[in-house]
Design a protein around this ligand. Structure first.
Ligand SMILES: C[S@@+](CC[C@H](N)C(=O)[O-])C[C@H]1O[C@@H](n2cnc3c(N)ncnc32)[C@H](O)[C@@H]1O
Length: 334
């Protein structure tokens, strides 16, 4: 699970200081917070009176958090209840965009929300919808066949016991509707190890959350469409919490910050222009102190790059993740 939890109700964004040190030299402009949540990052940026924030979140419940910021900061703050893959559809009159920020994962509110059923501690029908979804985890585990479930668990959860868990799910649902507690029970029976540090259901629940929220295409097209609206000199920043997300972000920055055809035997004009300048190849990780205060921050990775060119052909980049997008497309059967 991602999240950035410090106290019981308040959500503290991970790597906030590091993020602010990257963007503060750009202050006096518009910042897009693609994952508003409880507004921790937006609030910090708005503390500077020269800044404006456009915030997005797919969760309708985030709208409530946005009300108080709107009341305080008036036209310095705009909130849109949309998915960030749609970022290029928002009308931006002020083009002075300095940075676009993704703080992926889930906010504390969402994890604690029994209605969302993100956690294996929930009871009843599975859900896992963050907002603006087409189907729920209940549809997935009760309608898809064994082979498809196996693929989802294997590729999105890296679950070694995917096949046997999928088989048990299909056997169970011949007689009953499969609920959260039944799924956890099946996984526990297949996987339970006394000494394991992580809950045996962690990987299957991660796979379901990724699938239900189409996290693969969201991040791929979120990055691409952000790039399209970012001016040259603007910074794209992403904080991820699981390895699939980080791989996509890392590939995006690395792929477009290298010359595609760097053979010295070829003339210069055959080279594809670099789109990014990478100021740091390695990701920024939380400090020991931050992890001590806030355990879930341990899996966070922050990557960022500065846009230096407009040229864009994203096909080759998208193709690299065709195998994951194909799994996501299983949802067309629902
Ligand atoms: C880790 S929380 C962000 C926390 C936030 N930075 C704060 O300080 O409160 C991630 C947020 O991103 C939102 N989110 C996840 N995927 C999204 C998507 N594809 N489009 C828009 N919002 C998304 C979630 O609903 C959640 O509120």
């Amino acid at each position: 699970m991602s999240a950035t939890i410090k106290s019981e109700k308040e959500h503290f964004p991970v790597l906030l200081e590091e993020l602010i040190s990257i963007i503060s030299p750009l202050y006096s402009g518009t910042f897009i917070d693609c994952t508003f949540g409880q507004g921790g990052i937006s609030k910090k940026i708005l503390e500077n009176p020269k800044n404006k924030v456009i915030a997005l979140d797919r969760d309708e419940k985030a709208t409530k958090n946005a009300f108080s910021l709107k009341a305080k900061y008036k036209d310095r703050f705009i909130f849109k209840n949309i998915k960030f893959s749609q970022i290029n559809n928002i009308v931006i009159t002020n083009k002075n965009i300095k940075a676009i920020i993704f703080d992926l994962g889930y906010s504390l509110n969402q994890i604690l929300d029994p209605e969302k059923g993100l956690s294996f501690n929930a009871q009843g029908k599975l859900n896992m919808k963050l907002g603006l979804n087409e189907f729920s985890a209940d549809d997935v585990v009760n309608k898809l066949d064994q082979k498809d479930l196996d693929k989802i668990f294997r590729y999105f959860g890296d679950e070694k016991k995917a096949k046997i868990i999928s088989k048990k799910i299909c056997e169970f649902r011949k007689k009953n509707l499969l609920k959260t507690e039944n799924l956890v029970d099946i996984i526990n029976k297949v996987k339970f190890k006394k000494k394991s540090k992580i809950h045996s259901a962690t990987k299957i629940f991660q796979a379901l959350r990724i699938f239900v929220n189409k996290e693969i295409s969201e991040i791929i097209f979120g990055l691409i469409n952000s790039f399209k609206i970012l001016p040259i000199g603007g910074v794209l920043i992403a904080i991820s919490f699981h390895s699939i997300e980080d791989k996509i972000i890392k590939t995006f920055f690395k792929f477009f910050s290298e010359n595609k055809n760097s053979s010295r035997y070829l003339p210069d004009h055959t080279q594809t222009k670099k789109l990014f300048k990478l100021l740091q190849r390695k990701p920024i990780l939380p400090s020991k102190q931050e992890i001590e205060i806030n355990k879930p921050s341990r899996s966070a990775k922050l990557r960022y790059a500065v846009k230096i060119n407009h040229e864009q052909n994203f096909k080759e980049f998208i193709n690299k993740f065709d195998h994951l997008l194909e799994i996501e497309n299983i949802s067309k059967k629902l």
